[in-house]
Write a protein that binds this ligand. Sequence first.
Ligand code: ADP
Length: 591
Amino acid sequence: MRRRLLRQIYPTYLLIILVSLFIVSWCALRCMEALHRSQLERDLLSQARLLERTLHTGESSLLSPERIAQLCREFSQLLPIRITVLLENGRVIGDSDANPALMENHRNRPEVRAAAEGAPKAVERYSSTIRQRLLYMAVPVNVNGQTEMFVRVAMPLDEIDQAMRSIIHRVTIAGLIVALLAGCFAFWVARHVTQPLKQIREGALRFAHGDLSYKLPVTGSEEMAALSAAMNQMATQMDDRIKQLLTERNTRVGVFESMTEGLLAVDKSRIVVELNRAAGTLLGIDIEKTKGQPLETRVRNTELHRLLATAIDSDTPVEGEIQLNGETSRILNVRGSALCNPDGDHIGALAVMQDITRVRQLEQMRQDFVANVSHELKTPITSIKGFVETLQDGADADPKARSRFLGIIAKQAEHLNAIVADLLMLSSVEHQTRQHLVSLEPLPLRPVLESAVEVCNVQATAKQIPVTITCPDNLKALISPHLLEQAVTNLVDNALKYSDPGALVNVTASTEGPNVIIDVQDTGRGIEHRHLDRLFERFYRVDKGRSRQLGGTGLGLSIVKHIALAHGGRITVESTLGEGSTFRLHLQNAL
Ligand code: ADP
């Protein structure tokens, strides 16, 4: 368990202050005591010397022992000291506090010996005579250079001790007050030091919780202010860096997710590490459920697994096509390459997948179209070639045969011409639609319908099929008149072609909401339901032989479909076998 900084700093401060205070006080007291003691010793020496002077009566005589004993008593009344006078042999002849007769020989007292040796010194000792601790000082009393007596003065040490105790008492109280004040000051200083640290700690916690816009107050000491400023700067830089990283990440995710190509990353064990939305859609899997799962459990396609396994171990990209047979069958082009760590070790594989179903379909359509066109062209060409060869081989000589063969050749040539014309028409409409070259004008529909019917008039008359038009004169639409006439002509031509004499053909134009509807209805043979979906494909015919016989190219309805698309509309059909058909052009923008 860590202790708070305040609890670490404060007791240390306090201890230092108290120890310092104690040492200083102790030294001061010791000095004072020593000073007091030396002052006392000097006083005792002066007093002893003064008394020594008073014992002399002249140059060579001293006071009588009785007088000395009396003086001792008298002086002790005046001075707060004990006075003892003893002869050189140590016998006490006068004492201020005791009866000299009862006192023992004092010659061996240390202070007396010191005085006898000519070096008076103060001696502290317990007096058994007056039962007190005293400070003694003795000086010799000399007569004609000869020591006759000793004057000894003594002062009770109790008074000094009492004075010292009083000083210690006052110093202790002062020390305690100073210690208290110092303690408070130390606490204030410690708090002053730790408070900014607390603020910095709280700020750092806010930074750690992501609040990088928070600013630490730049206050306190120079060091703390510098630390706060440095932390603020660090937070700002971190904030900027995080924002930059987020932007970069979002851009990367945006790019990753917006890619139309599917991206799929797996590790070495083919666990899915990452995949984008396009990959999820292409493979028909849930992104979140797939991440972290073995690919085999989510996508059952051995080709894909084989390709990824190869890519993981390969130094060069591998490419292949896979067929997915889900709800909708798809063909994907997959390019796999090894994923490497910064050391260049292979850690997985990345597959880039592209849906090429449409490309393959278009390729197939193109191939089918080329095959169909070739086939359609081949039939009349073979026929023409055959009859020309027959004529060259001698049939030319027979006028009847020649005339018949030339007739067939002309018919086949006409059929060839019709196929080429329809192909050119189809290609032209497609081109105009793709390049947005079809210019639509707001025009009345009736004249267009009348022209189309007019074109088919000869055929209608020949088959005795009346063609009627129902169209309001004021009905207008955004149309390309030339293209629309071609479409209606094809529909009316078919209606006449696939109806027997006596049938009826009706061309009706009307509005349906914002759209214009043009119906070409016949009471002809009708079409079996199973053919209806494919009717608008190029070269699709219900009955090939019959269509060819009737001069059909199999492109008429395909042209109609593309013209409808060029108008932003569409074509639909309803038909009942034996009852007739209705082809409906849905055009936008009725006016
Ligand atoms: P074609 O040149 O053979 O008429 P189309 O594309 O115009 O080619 O028509 C495709 C096929 O649709 C025709 O071969 C025919 O079998 C059928 N069809 C088109 N219109 C009608 C119709 N009004 N009644 C019955 N069958 C039709």
